[in-house]
Design a protein around this ligand. Structure first.
Ligand code: CAA
Length: 293
């Protein structure tokens, strides 16, 4: 079977833009699909900003940045993905939305061996596979935020994922993208989120109950346990909307109280306090303009 060279990414939010970036930096031809021109504009600014950051920190040369940007194309039409060998779905953590995208992508792909991967954090891969007529080609590829920095990808096979598909994407992720993989079974939360999410929710409950402030909870885990960031800073990085959606999927799967999103988290999402992406979550993230003022 031919090596994967032509990659499609659906969704150019934090995760989709990061996945498209690492694929383009690894020499793949990448087509990114977003739902409208504004989303394309925002996603491409996010991605090019990240490439610029890599140039500033000496991880990329200017020539490599140009080559990566040149390998990226943008579209608002899922039909343009027809010739892709691998499509990674990275839309919002919503089961219906993901099912629709995966079903449509499967219909447009002309290569019968093409792989359809989902970057879902918690939705069972089987639910997405059953939306297609080739469930053997559907697999979970779960990247971590920030994608250009975090070395791990969870590879999640469902009951119907073919060993060929799993081997093919594992080889692509390790040999082409230079990331490390771990295998997880198709259970909500896989390996990492099954451990991480209860910890994040416990930190939210600690703030909610007045045990400690967000700043002190974060300082506690940074300074006391040498974590690179505290749990509430991490919630802000992931996005409180995403943390809530993941927790809800896990609660739906296991019905364990430790996965239930606490009321404070829900209220913050209802208020649009999503974290870094909206400028405020458990901590404020003023824009450059606001900082200057
Ligand atoms: N995009 C690209 N590169 C970034 C970046 C971003 N958003 N944020 C930071 N970086 C790079 C910087 O350029 C820098 O690179 P150099 O060392 O080459 O200069 C490096 O990362 C370190 O960045 P900083 O010095 O600015 O900041 P830091 O040392 O505080 O590190 C961090 C930032 C990498 C985010 C670090 O705090 C960290 O590792 N945090 C934990 C992240 C984590 O746990 N992610 C997993 C979240 S869970 C998930 O994603 C799965 C899910 O389903 C929810």
């Amino acid at each position: 079977m031919s090596e994967i060279e032509r990659v499609g990414v659906v969704g150019a939010g934090l995760m989709g833009a990061g996945i498209a970036e690492v694929c383009a930096r690894s020499g793949c031809d990448v087509l990114v699909v977003e739902q409208n021109r504004d989303a394309v504009e925002l996603g491409s600014r996010r991605l090019l900003g990240s490439l610029d950051r890599a140039v500033r920190s000496g991880k990329l040369t200017t020539a490599e940045r140009e080559q990566a940007a040149w390998r990226l194309r943008w579209s608002t039409d899922l039909g343009d993905l027809a010739d892709r060998q691998l499509v990674v779905e990275a839309v919002g953590e919503d089961e219906q939305l993901k099912t629709d995208v995966v079903g449509t992508v499967c219909k447009v792909l002309t290569d019968r061996d093409a792989v359809i991967a989902s970057n879902t954090s918690s939705i069972p891969i089987m639910k997405l596979a059953t939306a297609t007529d080739r469930p053997g080609n559907v697999v979970g590829l779960h990247f971590f935020n920030p994608v250009p920095v975090m070395p791990l990808v969870e590879v999640v096979g469902s009951l119907t994922t073919s060993p060929r598909t799993r081997d093919r994407v594992e080889s692509f992720v390790t040999r082409r993208l230079g990331k490390q993989t771990i295998r997880a079974t198709d259970r909500a939360g896989f390996v990492v989120n099954a451990l991480l999410v209860p910890y994040l929710l416990a930190a939210v409950r600690m703030v909610e109950s007045g045990t400690a402030t967000a700043a002190d909870v974060d300082a506690g885990m940074r300074l006391g346990c040498a974590h690179p960031m505290g749990p509430l800073e991490l919630c802000d990085l992931i996005g409180l909307d995403t943390v809530t959606a993941i927790a809800e999927s896990m609660y739906a799967e296991y019905h364990e109280p430790l996965y239930a999103p606490p009321p404070l988290l829900r209220r913050m999402v209802e208020a649009g306090l999503y974290g870094r992406k909206t400028g405020r979550g458990f901590h404020p993230y003023p824009s450059k303009k606001e900082e200057a003022a």
